[in-house]
Ligand binder design. Structure first.
Ligand SMILES: Cc1cc2nc3c(=O)[nH]c(=O)nc-3n(C[C@H](O)[C@H](O)[C@H](O)COP(=O)(O)O)c2cc1C
Length: 191
């Protein structure tokens, strides 16, 4: 489990190999069994794998905002499948925490199957609502892109910037804060 947590990185380029519906259902099952505040389970999921719908959904997504000039996956590296996360009741004060747990279960289950994923919140929710005929008051929270990995992403020790970057070989480098910088033992200590 720990190895899966360590190896998962956001992946934004994918091989054009379709994903099995059973595998995608397995990921939603992992989300279904996630912790839920008061066990209210306010989330539902749309599995998207049909080519036309994937193409329509792709148009609503914003990718890798730190990469300049503006970048989106090319026609040959787009995700072959998505899971759209829906919220039945946004009045539930803890729904965003539930989304976090469910999302992490999905991306870790995908990593354990050798798949890449990217969580997307920079999305056009109104358009997604329309494309998939989602009735009010159900709302779109986020989208998870899934597929076989066609890029490499590595962790870097963070110094002064949180911005990820691509090197000339197209490897993505993701700065993460140092462990010693985020741990306080027994008492809060100034860093
Ligand atoms: C709540 C949330 C929203 C995100 N939204 C987007 C997004 O809209 N587009 C995108 O390309 N990446 C998005 N990401 C991925 C982050 O950029 C990524 O997690 C971060 O750079 C750290 O990289 P890592 O996932 O490889 O550890 C999102 C991640 C989270 C947790």
């Amino acid at each position: 489990m720990y190895d899966v947590i360590l190896s998962r990185r956001s992946i934004r380029r994918f091989y054009q190999k379709p994903l099995d519906l059973l595998l995608l259902k397995k990921f939603v099952n992992a989300a279904r069994l996630a912790p839920s505040a008061a066990n209210l389970q306010p989330l539902e999921y749309i599995i998207v794998m049909e080519k036309k719908l994937c193409a329509q959904l792709f148009e609503t997504l914003g990718w890798a905002a730190y990469i300049q000039p503006k970048w989106t996956p090319s026609e040959y590296e787009r995700p072959p499948a998505y899971i759209v996360i829906l919220v039945k009741d946004i009045k539930n004060p803890y729904y965003q925490r539930d989304v976090g747990f469910a999302t992490e279960n999905i991306v870790l289950a995908a990593e354990a199957e050798g798949l890449g994923s990217c969580i997307l919140c920079n999305i056009d929710r109104e358009k997604i609502q329309h494309i998939f005929k989602i009735p009010q008051p159900i709302t779109v929270d986020s989208v998870i892109a899934l597929g076989y990995k066609a890029e490499k992403s590595v962790v870097e020790e963070m110094n002064d910037s949180v911005k990820y970057w691509r090197d000339p070989q197209d490897v993505l480098h993701v700065p993460k804060r140092k462990l010693d910088d985020i741990i306080h033992i027994n008492m809060f200590s100034q860093k």
